[in-house]
Design a protein around this ligand. Structure first.
Ligand SMILES: C[S@@+](CC[C@H](N)C(=O)[O-])C[C@H]1O[C@@H](n2cnc3c(N)ncnc32)[C@H](O)[C@@H]1O
Length: 446
């Protein structure tokens, strides 16, 4: 007998204790289990929906712990409580039922003492009036953070960047169910054949501004679990992410350098646009990610990639036609797809990431031939990682215009810093474009 709540809590514990995302942690925990796809989908939903609301769920639990601190609890026990609170406050499960199932699991896993504690905490949690408790708080940022399930630093940042109304809309969109986009892999199947296949498999899709990308509206079975996905005829790739390869505009006889390449979604798209011609040099400094990328590229029928395990800030080959820098970033545009990222912010790491981004831009310049093109993109919404980095790059590159096939223009002024090229770059936002928050810019070495 599988208890969805129990497995979900175990996955949440993995997310807490590792740097794995929800999807990776689910894969790790569920890979050995033979589960019906409906049970699998239910565990997925529990994990995502609980992780998404972690701050407010912990706020409720903390009110009910009477002296104990949530961080002091056993990690699995803590996550079982989180699942219980999620069920009764957000999923509409009757509180007595939610409490009963968690208490039973706790009793079996930990014994009677912790089961009594779980019972006491969850019974108190039932009577927490969340709206009233949030209203009682003095600090508006803290209120908004709990109301819209985002960390306080992000609420502050988003309000400064976009204004309060827009920031709230962004946070609300981040809390919506993930939008799935399907990018046809034309190295293996035509757009039309994939459209028909999806229809036959009861996946309802609509067109997007990119002809090979479909937006999924509804499905019976998750598209990623269908045969054509494992056969590499289509990939799950966000619309904004798929726009990047088009901006790069690779030609079949060119040499393309991708300085942060794994897991290779954009590289495989570039290969497709090059019809497997020319050469892509795919650099990444993670052996594991590069290994998985190789396997995926094989599945997708990509044959024009040369893999390099190296530091993208230093790797040198020289004389390349185009470079893609899609570096590690804060992933602040991806909260909808990866809620765990919201709770992992680290100021020191953030500054270090910006340093890596700038060094990759400098290294792109070194590697490009005269007249060559750099596309710099991130799935971050911050000014520092985007406009500010392009401003830095404009000291030695010419900023070219990206046509906003999707998206809007960049940010002009932030914290008294002005970005003169705001009308040449493109941003996408979850609340405006129903996709990941992306930043895309194009620069020329002149
Ligand atoms: C945002 S992901 C790239 C996504 C990829 N372009 C795609 O479309 O699938 C960033 C990648 O940069 C890699 N990375 C981080 N620091 C690096 C460095 N100094 N040199 C090369 N790769 C690095 C990470 O391992 C990660 O795979």
């Amino acid at each position: 007998m599988i208890y969805t709540q129990e497995v979900a809590a175990e996955v949440l514990q993995i997310i807490d204790e590792t740097l794995l995302s929800e999807k990776e942690a689910l894969k790790k925990r569920l890979s050995e289990m033979k589960l019906d796809y409906k049970v699998r989908a239910s565990i997925h939903a529990y994990v995502f929906e609980t992780e998404k609301r972690k701050n407010v769920i912990d706020f409720i639990i903390s009110k009910c712990l009477k002296g104990k601190k949530i961080e002091e609890l056993d990690p699995l026990f803590r996550n079982l409580l989180r699942v219980g609170v999620y069920e009764m406050h957000f999923k509409g499960v009757h509180p007595a039922l939610a409490t009963d199932s968690i208490v039973r699991i706790v009793k079996r896993r930990f014994g009677g003492k912790l089961a009594s504690l779980a019972n006491a905490v969850l019974r108190r949690a039932e009577f927490v009036n969340l709206e009233r408790e949030i209203r009682k708080l003095k600090d508006e940022i803290r209120q908004l953070a709990l109301q819209y399930y985002h960390p306080e630093w992000f609420v502050k940042y988003a309000i400064e960047l976009l204004g309060k109304d827009e920031a709230v809309k962004l946070m609300m969109a981040n809390n919506e169910k993930q939008i799935v986009y399907i990018r046809v892999n034309e190295l293996k199947a035509s757009v039309e054949s994939v459209r028909r296949y999806l229809e036959q498999n009861k996946v309802e899709v609509e067109e997007t501004p990119l002809p090979e990308v479909f937006k999924v509206l509804s499905y019976e079975r998750a598209p990623a679990s269908l045969d054509w996905h494992s056969e590499g005829k289509f990939v799950i790739q966000d619309l904004a992410s798929a726009f990047v390869a088009h901006v790069l505009d690779p030609q079949p006889d060119e040499v393309i350098l991708d300085l942060a390449s794994a897991p290779g979604l954009k590289a495989s798209h570039i290969a497709m646009l090059m019809e497997n011609g020319g050469k892509i040099i795919a650099v990444d400094n993670s052996e594991d990610r590069l290994r998985r990328m190789r396997a995926k590229m094989k599945e997708l029928g990509v044959r024009n990639i040369e893999y390099k395990l190296a530091d993208g800030t230093k790797f040198y080959v020289g004389d390349v036609d185009r470079v893609l820098v899609d570096p590690p970033c804060s992933s602040t545009g991806s909260f909808r797809n990866y809620p765990c990222v919201k709770w992992r912010f680290d100021e020191r790491k953030y500054r270090e990431t910006i340093r890596v981004q700038r060094n990759m831009i400098k290294n792109a310049f070194r590697n490009l031939k005269e007249g060559g093109t750099l596309v710099y993109s991130t799935c971050s919404i911050t000014f520092d990682e985007n406009e500010e980095n392009v401003l830095f790059a404009s000291q030695f590159f010419k900023v070219e215009e990206v046509e906003p096939v999707i998206g809007v223009r960049g940010i002009r002024i932030f914290r008294n810093r002005e970005f003169p090229f705001w009308d040449k770059v493109v941003r996408t936002f979850p609340h405006l474009h129903d996709c990941v928050g992306f930043f895309i810019s194009k620069l020329k070495k002149v």
